[in-house]
Design a protein around this ligand. Structure first.
Ligand code: DX5
Ligand code: ZN
Length: 218
């Protein structure tokens, strides 16, 4: 099952509820929430209050991507707000097994993200304990950036490792996902596709349907 997870980072915040309903109606299966603190990444976005508001307007899974320092402190608030998946960055969390256990003990599904220059070996030991690996295909912080093509080979290697070990985590990709990159990402083994600018710039319904059609044909 290939999952499209529009990132509300690129949505029109003046009509966020309407935009969320539109993408879900058009066929998006998850909503991706990019949380940034201006410290781990050079941008500042939103917190649990917005996740809670989104949770009020849809029943689809909320996929919360924490690009923040010291995520343990605020993870409980995001889960209370309705987060279904909580993804933390391996580059930031020193005690990753403890944080992953915290997310699961509080009732959400844990994910781990790695930036483009971070090797897969950084997450090898945590793979048996998580439900999602997020491969960043841009340097995190902003929407609308150029896709980093080396992410494709990284995804292929992760999928090979997953099959070899019989792991059942999902592979998610985030950054520069659009109609020109989504097919090769799917062929490389990706399951979940985060798209911000490709969905919310232009006609939202048409954009979702173009990406969904591409996924149906892979
Ligand atoms: C990190 C964010 C972005 C966003 C996707 O910067 O996680 O990657 O979700 O943005 P687009 O789809 O516009 O590259
Ligand atoms: Zn993200």
């Amino acid at each position: 099952m290939k999952i499209l997870a529009p990132s509300i980072l690129s949505a029109d915040f003046l009509c966020l509820g309407e935009q969320v309903s539109t993408v879900v109606k058009a066929g998006a299966q998850w909503i991706h929430c990019d949380i940034m603190d201006g410290a781990f990444v050079p941008n500042l976005t939103f917190g649990p209050a917005i996740v809670q508001a989104v949770n009020r307007c849809t029943d689809v899974p909320l996929d919360v991507h924490l690009m923040i320092k010291n995520p343990d402190l605020i993870i409980p608030e995001f889960i209370k707000a309705g987060a279904d998946y909580i993804t933390v960055h391996a580059e930031e969390v020193v005690h990753l097994h403890r944080t992953v256990s915290l997310i699961r003990d509080l009732g959400a599904k844990p994910g781990v993200a790695i930036n483009p220059a971070t090797p897969l070996c950084m997450v090898e030991e945590i793979l048996p304990f998580i439900d999602l690996v997020l491969i960043m295909s841009v340097n995190p912080g902003f929407g609308g950036q150029k896709f980093i093509t080396s992410s494709l080979d990284k995804i292929r290697r992760l999928d090979t490792l997953r099959q070899k070990k019989g792991y059942n985590f999902l592979i998610e990709v985030d950054g520069g996902v659009n109609e020109n990159t989504i097919t090769q990402l799917s062929d490389a083994g990706c399951d979940v596709f985060v798209a911000g600018s490709a969905v919310f710039q232009g006609n939202v319904t048409d954009s979702v349907q173009v990406l969904k059609e591409k996924l149906r044909n892979t």
